[in-house]
Design a protein around this ligand. Structure first.
Ligand SMILES: NC(=O)c1ccc[n+]([C@@H]2O[C@H](COP(=O)([O-])OP(=O)(O)OC[C@H]3O[C@@H](n4cnc5c(N)ncnc54)[C@H](O)[C@@H]3O)[C@@H](O)[C@H]2O)c1
Ligand SMILES: O=C(O)C(=O)C[C@@H](O)[C@H](O)[C@H](O)COP(=O)(O)O
Ligand SMILES: [Zn+2]
Length: 369
């Protein structure tokens, strides 16, 4: 089976992202160099298990697997989910050197990754991402964690995987809404640092939407390349890694405001958040006035959510949204930090943003719903 590889050359913890259709049919071969004994702990959820468990079990061949199958959805990324995943590893007598396999979307990747980071003070982890979002973003870079009642991803750890197997074939069963949400993170990469990639997406979105293999390969490969490059530069987000947070300050507040429910998926919030970040950048005179409209037109063509008007139900007022944003992990000395842009492909991190400009923009966007 042919695949492409993106290296993540972190000193002492380097690993590969392998991207291709049908990779899990050879899971045993891919995992072999990482196994001390032929036994793995697979953490997944019910929808992924229903669609792809048999395929992964067949691919594991003689490698014995024990499975924890959790409930699908963002609510699983919780203290209770973490307790269940940790107890599964400990009660199953998995040893410190046994492999934990996160088989699912970003929810499972973040949760299983956090459990692997802490159980027996750290077990090796392989990510087998099953959503577009997880293949382009969450399986790479080592951010793991859960949501807490105070906000999004507020407890977690950096724990790099030993391998990422992004099997493009798994995306065939992904519901359209989840696929389009994942596209929010794909567009993010073009916006934050690669205008040519954004141009490519504008020219090729139909092929991506139709899930044509070559288009998926390019979208996943380029996204992973960009993420790997940033993560290697700044693994623990002391600086530049925050670029990957483009749109996320707004997104995480909106996810909290909608109760981490089906009203707003993470990737949808990212797309809306990126649109707000570009609107804010244009209002502050940082980027060309036409960039927000160009972005909005692209998201509309693809069918991805793009504004607060696309979120069903009530939302809190601008002041309350600002309050939710203050739980962001980028807050420093009580000040919000934003990722803004000088243009498509030209994002930068700044704390120099007048609160009134953010509040006014949100109030106008809420009034327009
Ligand atoms: N760690 C990171 O760097 C990082 C990056 C981006 C997002 N995230 C996190 O990722 C989460 C969102 O991830 P997501 O969008 O993958 O959501 P998800 O894991 O909830 O998956 C989305 C939906 O698709 C279903 N599904 C998954 N794979 C499937 C398949 N192959 N076939 C059919 N159905 C399938 C799931 O059951 C679920 O209903 C959020 O919690 C977000 O905070 C983390
Ligand atoms: O890997 C990163 O760094 C990111 O910011 C990727 C984001 O897409 C992702 O949603 C991440 O979990 C957000 O990080 P957080 O630190 O704001 O929780
Ligand atoms: Zn994200």
């Amino acid at each position: 089976m042919t695949h492409r590889t993106v290296p993540v050359p972190l000193p002492g913890r380097d690993y590969e992202i392998r991207i291709g259709a049908g990779l899990i049919a050879d899971a045993a071969t891919h995992l072999a160099p990482l196994l001390r004994r032929p036994r793995v702990a697979v953490i997944t959820e019910a929808r992924v298990a229903a669609a792809h468990r048999a395929e992964l079990e067949a691919g594991l061949g003689d490698v014995a697997s024990e499975w924890l199958v959790l409930e699908p959805g963002e609510a699983t990324k919780s203290w209770d989910g973490l307790r269940r995943a940790t107890e599964f590893l400990l009660e199953g007598r998995f040893e410190r050197t046994d492999l934990v396999v996160a088989f699912g979307g970003g929810v499972i990747g973040d949760l299983a990754g956090f459990a692997a980071a802490t159980a027996r003070r750290g077990m090796p982890l392989v990510q087998i991402p099953t959503t577009l979002l997880a293949q382009v973003d969450s399986s790479v870079g080592g951010k793991t964690g859960i949501n807490t009642p105070q906000g999004k991803n507020l407890a977690g750890a950096f724990h790099q995987p030993s391998l990422v197997l992004a099997d493009l074939g798994l995306l065939a069963t992904l519901p359209e809404r989840d696929f389009l949400a994942g596209y929010g993170e794909v567009v993010k990469y073009g916006l934050l640092g690669d205008a040519a990639f954004f141009d490519w997406l504008e020219a090729n979105w139909q092929a991506v939407k139709a899930r044509e293999e070559a288009a998926l390969m390019h979208a996943v490969h380029r996204s992973c390349e960009m993420k790997a490059e940033i993560v290697v530069r700044d693994e623990t987000e002391q600086g530049d890694r925050a670029l990957l947070n483009l749109g996320h300050t707004f997104c995480h507040a909106l996810e909290a405001a909608t109760g981490y429910s089906d009203r707003l998926l993470h990737g949808e919030g990212v797309a809306i958040g990126c649109a707000l970040a570009f609107e804010l950048s244009a209002r502050l005179g940082l980027c060309p006035q036409e960039d927000p409209s160009r972005l909005s037109a692209h998201l509309a063509a693809m069918g991805t959510k793009r504004s607060l008007a696309d979120i069903p139900g009530d939302l809190p007022d601008a002041e309350a949204l600002m309050g939710l944003m203050m739980q962001d992990k980028k807050v420093q000395d009580g000040r919000l930090r934003f990722i803004l842009a000088r243009g498509i492909g030209g994002a930068f991190v700044t704390s120099d943003v007048p609160g009134d400009a953010v509040r006014d923009m949100l109030a106008e966007a809420l009034a327009a719903r």
